[in-house]
Ligand binder design. Sequence first.
Ligand SMILES: [Zn+2]
Length: 285
Amino acid sequence: MSWIDPDFPRTAEPTDLVGRVLGLNPGMFTGPGTNTYLVGRRHPILIDTGAGVPEYMPLFEDYLKRRGWSRPERIVLTHRHRDHLGGVAALSERFPGLPVAKMIWKDTDLPAGILDLRDGQTVVGNGVTLIPVHTPGHASDHLCFFMPEERALFTGDLILGGSTTVIPDEDGDLGQYLDSLRRVQGLGVRRIYPAHGPVIEDAPAKIEEYLDHRMLRERQILDALGNGTRTIPDMVKVIYADVEVALHAAAGMSVHSHLKKLKQEGRVSEERLPGAPSRWTGARP
Ligand SMILES: [Zn+2]
């Protein structure tokens, strides 16, 4: 049931072009921990840096040594969340002059010196090419990286191996998230390297499954509204009846993301109440 797999390999080489070092930050929302990927035949590009767990650096350096590499050439980040950029400080200190880039977008407290990286601004490595794809929804600054050499997509938190993505109340947007899934669906991706969990070999099936899952949730929410369920906590009790209570707060956030989308589309209305959960009603056709 849990996707926090204690036996998840700490390092791996899924292919000749892609190495993986685990961020060692397991948890309910990170699964076995954040995957950090080293991409290229030599002078690798590092995608994401983990949460800044102290044990990551020795593991990372051992891995470089084992591959015969002295340092990464540069770092690119999928988005600003702590479990992806938390390792930047330690890596920058250990490898002075290391360029670090992300899409700078509504950022407030980034580590100093981070460079801007835009949609389509290709990053060329050794035997690999990474094309940034702006994919907001989980976070407004989110980039995936398309690698044409393998028709592979580094999905960050857009698509995960073994869980669904959280759409945070703040900065998340389910409508944008679905648009992002449809956008990557159009890229002709074969393999997915997610930021959490194992490699996904059948990318089209996974993207379809993600879209279907959200459509199912939307139907469940509209059904619950139709049955007179009015508040998010009550909807969570019905829709997530078989999910452990510890996850109900996250589930509530997910339901809220759907309701916000439906409200934008004019399909539900919200009655805000002071000191109590909003009451939601479906628009009558
Ligand atoms: Zn995230």
